[in-house]
Design a protein around this ligand. Structure first.
Ligand code: NAD
Ligand code: IPM
Ligand code: MN
Length: 375
């Protein structure tokens, strides 16, 4: 089993030298199922703190969501980023409101945080846990076990572009993808380091046949950096073929490094083959620790199931586990992911998306209970 630890260099938080950590966490529950799954993650973290007094986490909940937008005309206060910068980490649910255009909550909160805090690695485990009946007929754990390193600050998400001749028959949208040497090098190097540390192969995903500037540039930088890692088996795949192989040959993959948009799409595909959106977690990492990192499930606000107590909390709980790994307690990351896996493997308490009938609260309690058993 691959080690999916999100450990990333210097922890932001302070350590007491005996493995104890003290950290202040900004909690952004967001919209829809966001508050429901974030409450679940916090409940599991509280259970961990009761079991281990050296874990000292403080949580400040910030109500910056679509309702806040309706009241204030913005998703967060003007000094929101400055305030978030003071924390050791950020724990986010999801934003998105059916009454608002898609881009408003996203460009008002998530993308400014990822960019301003140089969270240039978006680390996303795609792992079929023991006991999950995936959609691929023959795949069982550990056939599906990859870590996607998604570039998280530029590419197609740079927010650069224009709308020419608006409102006329000639109106034309331009969305400029930004690939800087600095931006590509740092994420590719991170991925090679991870592949070396885990002893796993690396696949770089791009689209250099059609994208004759950005795709060719990405591949060239990957080639250059690969010379520093002769011990890491590396391949370059076109993104369309990578999507195919994730389904037909998932065992082929260890570490995947991809530009922003491809990483986004491939990790929903990854969720699809590894048990669904309810299990897919994500860490937005600032590996140097110059600003807080942010931890979130990869799913959205799921308006279709919000408010019904039926959202699967496991992705958000897994994201909370990755936060502990990043803050310097990879042992607790493993324990919480282990508790998730034991709940899934027992199969007695699962939400509907995993074939069960349990609600969010029951599954959360089951994970907290499994955590105590494991001690
Ligand atoms: P979504 O991830 O919210 O939902 C996709 C499907 O997965 C839905 O059928 C939903 O019911 C299901 N699902 C999602 N989370 C689940 C969970 N925890 N348990 C069980 N089922 C779950 O994606 P969408 O419908 O495309 O987007 C809804 C809104 O969320 C949009 O406004 C979108 O922009 C936003 N969004 C936000 C984030 C984020 O904040 N990080 C991520 C993705 C989408
Ligand atoms: C994700 C989400 C976001 C993304 C949206 C909400 C901007 O889909 O975290 O995968 O595309 O990065
Ligand atoms: Mn996504």
């Amino acid at each position: 089993m691959a080690d999916s630890r999100s450990e990333a260099g210097t922890p932001d938080s302070s350590s007491d030298g005996e493995g104890g950590i003290r950290a202040r966490i900004a909690v952004l529950p967001g919209d829809g199922v966001g508050p429901e799954v974030v409450a679940a993650g916090l409940q599991v973290l509280q259970a961990a703190m009761r079991l281990d007094r050296t874990l000292k986490l403080e949580f400040d909940e910030l109500p910056w969501n679509s309702n806040y937008y309706r009241a204030h005309g913005r998703m967060m206060p003007e000094d929101g980023l400055d305030r978030l910068r003071e924390y050791d980490a950020i724990y986010l649910g999801a934003v998105g409101d059916p009454a608002l255009p898609f881009h408003v909550p996203v460009w008002g909160l998530i993308l400014p945080i990822r960019q301003a805090f140089d969270q240039y690695v978006n680390l996303r485990p795609v792992r079929l846990l023991h006991g999950v009946r995936g959609v691929l007929r023959d795949a069982v754990a550990p056939d599906i076990d990859m870590l996607v390193v998604r570039e998280n600050t530029e590419g197609e998400y740079a927010g650069k572009g224009d709308l020419l001749f608006p409102g006329t028959p000639r109106e034309t949208a331009l969305q400029t993808a930004v690939y800087s040497r600095h931006g590509v090098e740092r994420v590719v190097r991170y991925a090679f380091e991870l592949a070396r540390k885990e002893g796993r192969p690396l696949a770089s995903v791009s689209k250099a046949n059609a994208l004759n500037y950005s795709g060719v540039f990405w591949d060239r930088i990957v080639d250059e950096i690969s010379f520093d890692y002769p011990d890491v088996p590396a391949e370059t795949l076109l993104v369309d073929a990578a999507a195919l192989y994730m389904v037909t040959q998932p065992q082929r993959f260890g570490i995947i490094v991809a530009p922003n948009l491809y990483g986004d799409i491939l990790t929903d595909l990854g969720a699809g083959i590894a048990g669904g959106m309810g299990l897919a977690a994500s860490a937005n990492l600032n590996p140097e620790g110059t600003a807080p990192s942010m931890f979130e499930p990869i799913h959205g606000s799921a308006p279709d199931i919000a408010g019904k107590g039926m959202a699967n909390p496991l992705a958000a709980i897994w994201a909370a586990a990755m936060m502990l790994g990043h803050l310097g307690r990879p042992d607790w990351e493993e324990r919480i992911v282990g508790a998730i896996e034991s709940v899934v493997e027992r199969g007695a308490c699962l939400t509907r998306d995993l074939g069960g009938t349990a609600g969010t609260a029951e599954v959360t309690q089951a994970v907290a209970a499994a955590l105590s058993e494991a001690v």
